[in-house]
Design a protein around this ligand. Structure first.
Ligand code: SF4
Length: 314
């Protein structure tokens, strides 16, 4: 289903994510080549110790396409939290059909989820930051621990442009003893991601056409509105108090708060992409956003101790 734009001087009345974002910009082929080289080298160095942890978002679909297109022996895995949108889960058969890849799916322990829902209710994440983290710990971090057990490297779709917290994301970073995290698209812009998706007909989540650039679990994701930050639709109800949580790693504290409206690609900002759109689905106008809290912990250094602590809460 295409996104709805009420008006735009010269822009289409209806527009998909491809219409809105895909743009060829200088240096794209070089960035693409560096990403392919990084993936190829990682596959060579780590062998079966390497895994792509896919969120099934646009960036991760690009990486899966690259893995397939270049016949790289890299396993693809995802987390099924039990709260994903149907549109997200629908990508699994689409990946199978397009690439012949069977995505490994890691789910939270059934008993832990039953206990969580019985003791806290289905939507405890709205009640407090601690309860939201408890839910993320059970539904995301525990399965992630199992996904990464025995792995020496994992591939993510983190990009510097995504948020202030990610402004300094390197291509390669240590991630606990004996493991590295490879951010294969670290230097890509949002325009690059969609230019690639358009150029190579990569399947993508239909929700991207509904003003959801960043997609997580259904209760914790909403469409973004005019002028909102890229990840404003994630855990949108959390406020500045959440800054004291300490859970979420900030790659660049000095830059925190400076990336709202950060430039994308050739001078087109995330805000500008939406700036002329009237997004009917957007909610919670006026609530504060806290970039430090806009992480579920998946991209914090995943030492075994940290992962075990989260697992213990389950
Ligand atoms: S994103 Fe929301 S639903 Fe998903 S695990 Fe975290 S708190 Fe729970």
């Amino acid at each position: 289903m295409s996104g709805q734009l009420s008006m735009l001087g010269g822009a289409p009345a209806r527009a998909s994510a491809l219409d809105l974002y895909a743009r060829a910009t200088p240096g794209f082929e070089e960035r693409l080549a560096r990403t392919v080289a990084l993936l190829r080298q990682a596959a060579s160095e780590h062998g079966s110790g390497l895994i792509q942890a896919s969120s099934l978002g646009a960036e991760d679909m690009v990486i899966t396409d690259l893995i397939s297109r270049h016949a790289l022996p890299i396993c693809v895995a995802t987390l099924d939290t039990g709260r994903l949108h149907a549109q997200t889960l629908a990508l699994l058969p689409r990946i199978r059909q397009s690439y012949g890849i069977e995505v490994q799916v890691y789910s939270p322990p059934e008993q832990a989820v039953i206990t969580l829902v019985r003791e806290r209710g289905l939507n405890s994440m709205y009640e407090s930051l601690a309860l939201r983290k408890e839910c993320c710990g059970i539904r995301k971090l525990e399965p992630l621990k199992r996904m990464l057990d025995g792995r020496t490297a994992w591939i993510t779709g983190l990009r510097r442009e995504q948020s202030a917290n990610r402004a300094d994301v390197p291509f390669t970073e240590p991630d606990g003893p004996g493991r590295v995290k490879l951010n294969a698209l670290a230097e890509w812009s949002w325009a690059d991601v969609w230019h690639y998706i358009q150029s190579y007909a990569v399947p993508y989540n239909d929700l991207h056409d509904q003003f959801m650039p960043s997609i997580g679990c259904e209760p914790c994701t909403r469409a973004i509105a005019v002028g909102e930050d890229f990840r404003a639709g994630r855990w949108w109800w959390e406020n500045d108090d959440a800054k004291e949580c300490g859970l979420h790693k900030s790659h660049s504290p000095a830059q925190a708060g400076s990336a709202h409206g950060a430039e994308i690609g050739s001078g087109v900002s995330a805000q500008a992409n939406f700036g002329k759109a009237e997004v009917k689905a957007a909610t919670a106008a006026g609530r504060s956003q806290d970039e430090n809290a806009k992480e579920c912990g998946l991209h914090k250094a995943q030492s075994n101790e940290e992962l075990n602590n989260h697992g213990a809460k389950a």
